[in-house]
Design a protein around this ligand. Sequence first.
Ligand code: ADP
Ligand code: MG
Length: 509
Amino acid sequence: MSDTSQARRARSLETRGMTKTFGHFTALGDVSIKVEAGSFHALLGENGAGKSTLVKCIMGFYSATRGEVVLDGQPVTIHSPKDALAYGIGMVYQHFTLVPCLTAAENLVISRADVPAVIDWAKERKALGAFMETMPFRVPLDTQVSQLSAGEKQKLEILKLLYLDQRFMILDEPTSVLTPGEADEMLGLLRGMTERGEITVLMISHKFREVKTFCDHFSVLRRGRLTGEGDARTASVEEMSRMMIGDTEVRARAKRVPMKERTDVLELAGLLAEDETGLPAIHGVNLKVRGGEIVGIAGVSGNGQSALVEALSGQRPLSDGEIRIRGEEFQPTRGNFYRFKVFGLPEEPLKNAAVPRMSVSENIAFRTFDKPPISSLRWWMRPGPMKRKAQELIARYNVKTTSPEAAIETLSGGNVQRAILARELSSDVDVLIVANPCFGLDFASVADIRSQIMEARNRGAAVLLVSEDLDEILELADRVAVMSGGTISYVSPIEETDRNTIGQHMAGH
Ligand code: ADP
Ligand code: MG
């Protein structure tokens, strides 16, 4: 827009005593952070620590209970995101906010607060071209947004902020939708701009690798309080995680036991399944998983992973191909799950694998007591053995609940996940299918769940781990497969590949 060639100047921003209460609950208590002009500052914290609340207070989405925002040394009053925009503070959200059916150029122009009623497109297009010339990265301006890759969309979101002259950028987990290559490219570009003093970035992230590689400072929140800050280049990952989790005990990771003479247990042969519109959601999926092996399926969200998991769990019909277990055809029906000892941890287990209003102990008991046919729930008549079994599992799997009788929906996400995994792993497991098992969980839960998965493998289970978190796959998998465009495009033993190679296949190269 105006004067793009003029000196771009990054701004500094401080919060002083920022406090936000919801009823009696203090989501944010007296948080003061200072983000220097031209720095790339990370905001760290576990789920629920108050990160979003803090940036929403800065952006004027929430009015803070107490505290103030200080911009370039001057206290400012921000009542709404519109006020924030006027002060040059902008935010890129975790999901895209672009209009898919418009071109990149149209999206930029309509985002302006002063967009004229009648747009002179020839003039705007020329101004945009000139603006683009000054940018360190480009996006094709005349392409419809729906045709852009996730990386290009994310870049366009950032270009939009620059176009609106918002030099203080808040990014909420900006790389979760990108391939590792796209993420590194985008963060590298932002890093360059901060180094040249053109912008200041405050980035919410939970990826230590990105924070260590690109950021210069960091602040940590825990339960709404500032619990630490420092230099991201010199602080160790251990120090940062300790500030995030306090004295919470984190289970030591289960070790990978070397396996000899593994045999094929699960075989996917030419799987084809269609989406709601009749187009192939997955096609030509061929993969073998041996007993005592974890095969991790990596991929950017939306490349057929959910359809694959649905097909394996019997929620989506196969149009072609066959699932085999120890050479025998496997139809994913309830009875067969028992017979073939196939167990699973679906995404969002509270929704997909539990009865929210029933107790923890009842939910855990489903597997053990609910033998098919499940025409009645008569086993409830004998609560004694059910409760004893449940109590044993609650203790073994570290499920934190006020009582075995509490409704499972009152548990935190990590504890629901632990409870369901306890149930699924409580008997003999031949095949374990898990999808994004640690998504959104706290450190302690992540450690518990990954250990349980590794232990199931060590006991000889064939594990298929579908995950959008590449670090999770690198930690757990014996072999990695990449899913791209609905099919498996790459398979390799984990020790013969690396993040870069996997990332390129994720990007479809
Ligand atoms: P983070 O972004 O670090 O995961 P949030 O800032 O979203 O955490 O949430 C911090 C705490 O405040 C959480 O316990 C959350 O449940 C609570 N919280 C956030 N927004 C609201 C709201 N609108 N009403 C009530 N509680 C909220
Ligand atoms: Mg958040």
